[in-house]
Design a protein around this ligand. Structure first.
Ligand SMILES: Cc1ncc(COP(=O)(O)O)c(C=O)c1O
Length: 369
């Protein structure tokens, strides 16, 4: 992808978000699993911007629900006019229960204490829509054994609740070396819910949909794959990375052999060198661990030298690099998968770290924005 002239506000550091790629990724996953899906758009849609992502997905026929982490994220979606079901996957402070019911939001119930608390605080005429979370092995939220689950179903048969779904989450769907653990989780989930009927049974995240056979779920939960990144950290041939991060060269200077660079003067020029200063730093999400990694400018890779600062960083370049040249931090030439490997992290974390002050520029080849 060649980024043409991009107009940014106030700053030369920006993320380009291809909403058409996002739609293509949804289609790709749908064609694979042939299941309607819950679009996971928590954490500002993994850093992509929940408003634009929700807007482009709200009438998508393959997306039947949205999944978020917090009540605020859910209410923000309702404020946008999202009419599809919204499931909060995490725990919320239950003092806000009225807001949940008034905004027709579905909650995840995951412990008996939480259910008791809902019953205690409930004073409404409409039921609370819930999905029951089963802990099939991850030991995060959810019910672990059948007796407890049966008890919970009885508790939830009260008019306080409307049980719409039951679900679990896999810990190792992205890791072929832990297929047994995946299978154990799947087996415990189905053993737990057997003999019961639910409107929505869902367990498959992106990795489960990509790397495992479709199970008997009613819905997939699509997160990272929708953003075009393989959940196992591989370079994907099928998915299209939705986000790219760019900046532009602010200054190029020529330094002498032996001169040092940045806070702590941790880099010493081995010979006379060209150094470009870029207006991007850890406050934008480019963490200090990036020191030593490459950026991409005009067809070449150049290393980040010296410590990454809050708002700036320096790159060792050559005489071809000029002020205003576009610099790719990640994108077509440096995938998030590669960057995550080099940083010993996962692409999820890099996406979520791209901070609010980085302007997002939305593109959609199928539609003028
Ligand atoms: C409960 C739950 N379901 C689905 C997802 C989506 O996972 P992925 O982005 O790996 O598809 C997440 C993400 O953390 C999650 O917490």
């Amino acid at each position: 992808m060649k980024e043409g002239v991009i107009v940014t506000h106030y700053r030369n550091t920006y993320a380009v978000i291809h909403l058409d790629y996002l739609l293509d990724n949804v289609e790709t996953l749908y064609q694979k699993v042939k299941l309607p899906m819950i679009a996971i758009i928590k954490a500002n849609a993994y850093g992509h911007g929940y408003k634009q992502v929700a807007e482009v997905l709200k009438d998508n026929p393959h997306i039947s629900m949205f999944g978020v982490a917090t009540l605020k994220e859910a209410i923000d979606l309702r404020k946008l006019g999202i009419y599809k079901d919204i499931l909060v996957l995490g725990a919320i402070p239950l003092e806000d229960l009225d807001m949940v019911i008034e905004n027709d939001i579905s909650l995840t119930v995951f412990s008996k204490d939480y259910i008791h608390e809902i019953m205690h605080l409930y004073h409404h005429h409409k039921s609370v829509k819930v999905h029951i979370k089963i802990d099939s092995g991850m030991n995060r939220l959810g019910f672990k054994n059948k007796e407890e689950f049966e008890e919970v179903l009885k508790m939830c048969s009260s008019p306080v609740f409307q049980v719409d779904g039951v679900f679990t989450h896999f810990a190792t769907a992205d890791d072929a070396s832990q297929n047994d653990a995946y299978q154990n989780q799947l087996d415990s989930f189905y053993a737990m819910i057997e003999n019961h009927q639910f409107q929505y049974v869902h367990c498959q995240n992106s990795a489960s949909m990509i790397y495992h056979e479709t199970t008997h779920s009613h819905l997939g939960r699509i997160g990272i794959a929708m953003y075009g990144v393989d959940p196992a950290g591989h370079e994907s041939k099928e998915l299209k990375q939705v986000m790219s991060l760019y900046t532009k060269v602010a200054m190029v200077k020529f330094i002498k052999k032996g001169e040092k660079i940045g806070y702590g003067l941790t880099y010493t020029a081995k010979k006379d060198e060209y150094i470009a200063t870029l207006p991007i730093g850890y406050a934008d999400g480019v963490i200090r661990a990036n020191q030593g990694r490459d950026v991409y400018i005009n067809g070449h890779y150049y290393p980040i030298v010296g410590r990454v600062c809050m708002d700036q960083m320096m790159v060792r370049v050559d005489s071809t690099v000029k002020v205003h040249d576009v610099v790719e931090i990640f994108g077509e030439h440096i995938s998030l998968a590669r960057m995550a490997r080099e940083l010993d992290t996962i692409p999820y974390e890099i996406m979520c770290l791209v901070s609010e002050r980085v302007e997002r520029i939305y593109k959609n080849e199928n539609k003028s924005l």
